[in-house]
Design a binder for this molecule. Structure first.
Ligand code: ADP
Ligand code: GLC
Length: 543
């Protein structure tokens, strides 16, 4: 039994260490960064205080304010790091500063030539090892109650704790995408600081490699993935990517909790990227944005044209090749498509070629642009999400909030967050978009045709937009589910929010005041509740 489960403050806040390789607004390659950046604020209102542990990339170090070195460690053989603490963009951060592993500009995983950094194994083993040491209380005052390990990059955290066998905070392993598993050669086992006997089927071994995500799934106290449908899909051989057996074996520890989005960032009334601001649900007020967007992309400015959008990583997962194949079929002089995306070079080239072939119907921005990612949602009539699989997906959530109607494959989180405009749903006025399956060119083209037909019936189309705007895309209820899960893992009783005194929380950063000894932590916490906090102590330790 974990120390934390035996002796925790039953009605106090839960202190979570969220361990991740990306976090918006400092570093983002996809939805993982969005989730890691937006969940903490929502959890705070549920009595869960999050500190995020990040690698010390240049963008993170640049953003860190009031950085203090709280520890120096050698987490792996031959690797020395400084653990920095500070704040950035309202977040409480711990940062693993290790110049030779993390001070590299650009993409967090890829070298400038587009291949993986050759030392990615050591880089993220280092991150996980530091997380494990924090979970064991090795840095006084910064021991969390629980660790949230995101994706493979944090996967070894639970394995280190298992092989160390010391008391530690429990780990909840989150799967954002099972396609990325972090597999590395067995020859690196020692560099990862893992014992030889760890290389076993009941250990970190994964099809002859060291599997970081596999280790997390095996040793974590609980597994969360980002939608209920994906939680079911990954237990099947078709979508389990080799880990379905393990996941079926741990089915009682696995659940899906949908993602939300930051509704402050995603507010068309205040969004700086939106040229003509409008209120959520104002289907008329958004119209000037379409015209301006058509102009921006050199397309004919025509409100009656059906304007499709796609904003995505360009990879096989996202089904962009399926879309590219049917472009000649779906685009005509009443249908345009704008693509904002980057990724697979062959797909980038194919789209650029199509744009040259159909200059008045298809326009592309090949690259990453946060601004265009927002603007497309405020401007396009419909958003295409033809993913082959989709753990949750965030773009369809942004779309419905902005009055852009999603046309998506019926998989994973897309199936869980979109109500298809079939006759029944239209009659009951609950539809929010279009779903198609199986995922192929014909069904995608069929869904686009169905959507185009409704688009030509403005009142019915506006109904879809308004239903979407009413759909709750916020973190609210999802954060409650996380908080409930964390309490259950920690063996804490459910508490009513009235009993939870948030004023005591606001005074201290998330991991503050917890000493290695839980008795000390409790005294510190109780003193802080009574308001005896040293004025100048950055960690708010009781005076
Ligand atoms: P995934 O994480 O699999 O890429 P999600 O839908 O969960 O998919 O999240 C993708 C996030 O990245 C969204 O916020 C989306 O708007 C953004 N995004 C993806 N590609 C681009 C791009 N080329 N430019 C701007 N934003 C992008
Ligand atoms: C992954 C998934 C995406 C999900 C995101 C955030 O990148 O591909 O579906 O929304 O993580 O959880």
């Amino acid at each position: 039994m974990h120390r934390h489960q035996q002796e925790q403050e039953p009605s106090g806040p839960i202190r979570v260490l969220s361990v991740a390789s990306e976090m918006f607004p400092f570093v983002k390659t996809g939805g993982l960064g969005d989730v890691v950046g937006s969940l903490p604020a929502a959890l705070r209102t549920e009595g869960v205080l999050v500190t995020t542990l990040l690698p010390g990339y240049p963008s993170v170090l640049d953003a860190l304010e009031g950085a203090v070195r709280v520890a120096a460690m050698s987490p792996l053989p031959g690797v020395e790091i400084s653990l920095l603490e500070g704040h950035a963009a309202g977040h409480h951060l711990l940062v693993v500063d290790c110049p030779h592993l993390f001070r590299r500009k650009g993409n967090p995983y890829l070298a400038p030539d587009g291949t993986d950094w050759p030392d990615n194994g050591v880089r993220f083993a280092c991150l996980s090892r530091v997380a494990a040491s924090l979970a064991q209380g090795q840095v006084p005052g910064r021991c969390p109650d629980l660790v949230m390990a995101h994706d493979w990059q944090a996967g070894l955290t639970a394995a280190y704790l298992h092989y160390d066998g010391r008391p530690a905070a429990p780990v909840v392993q989150t799967i954002h995408n099972l396609a990325f598993q972090g597999r590395f050669p067995v020859a690196d086992l020692e560099r990862f600081g893992l014992p030889h006997h760890a290389f076993a089927v009941e250990g970190v071994e994964c099809y002859g490699t060291v599997g970081f995500l596999k280790a997390g799934l095996l040793f974590a106290a609980r597994i969360v993935t980002v939608s209920p449908t994906y939680a079911r899909e990954i237990q099947s051989p078709e979508w389990g990517m080799g880990l379905d057996g393990l996941l079926r074996g741990r089915a009682d520890r696995l659940r899906g909790i949908l993602n939300g989005i930051d509704t402050n960032d995603w507010n068309p009334e205040t969004d700086p990227a939106v040229l003509f601001p409008y209120q959520v649900g104002d289907v008329v007020g958004r119209k000037p944005n379409k015209r301006a967007f058509q102009a921006e992309f050199g397309l004919r400015q025509d409100p009656d044209v059906f304007l499709l959008g796609l904003v995505s990583r360009l990879t096989g997962q996202k089904g962009v090749d399926i879309l590219a194949d049917i472009v000649p079929r779906i685009l005509d002089d009443r249908t345009q498509l704008v693509v904002v995306g980057s990724g697979d070079v062959a797909m980038e080239r194919a789209l650029a070629r199509l744009a040259r072939q159909y200059p008045d119907r298809l326009a592309c921005h090949i690259g990453y642009s946060e601004q265009l990612g927002h603007r497309i949602q405020a401007s396009a009539d419909a958003l295409l999400v033809p993913s082959r699989f989709e753990p949750c997906g965030l773009t369809q959530l942004c779309a419905v909030r902005y009055g852009c109607v999603p046309i998506a494959s019926r998989v994973g989180g897309l199936a869980d967050t979109i109500i298809d405009a079939n006759e029944a749903a239209m009659t009951s006025d609950v539809a929010t978009g279009f779903l198609f399956s199986p995922v192929d060119g014909d069904t995608l083209a069929g869904a686009i045709r169905r959507a185009a037909t409704l688009f030509r019936q403005p009142a019915r189309w506006a109904g879809l937009q308004r239903n979407g705007a009413r759909y709750d895309v916020s973190w609210g209820r999802k954060a409650q589910e996380y908080a409930r899960l964390f309490r259950r893992v920690l063996g804490r009783a459910e508490i009513g929010m009235a009993e939870f005194d948030q004023s005591s929380v606001r005074r201290r950063p998330p991991l503050a005041g917890l000493s290695q000894s839980t008795r000390g932590a409790r005294a510190a916490y109780q003193a802080a509740r009574r308001g005896r906090v040293r004025a100048n102590d950055p960690f708010g330790r009781p005076g």
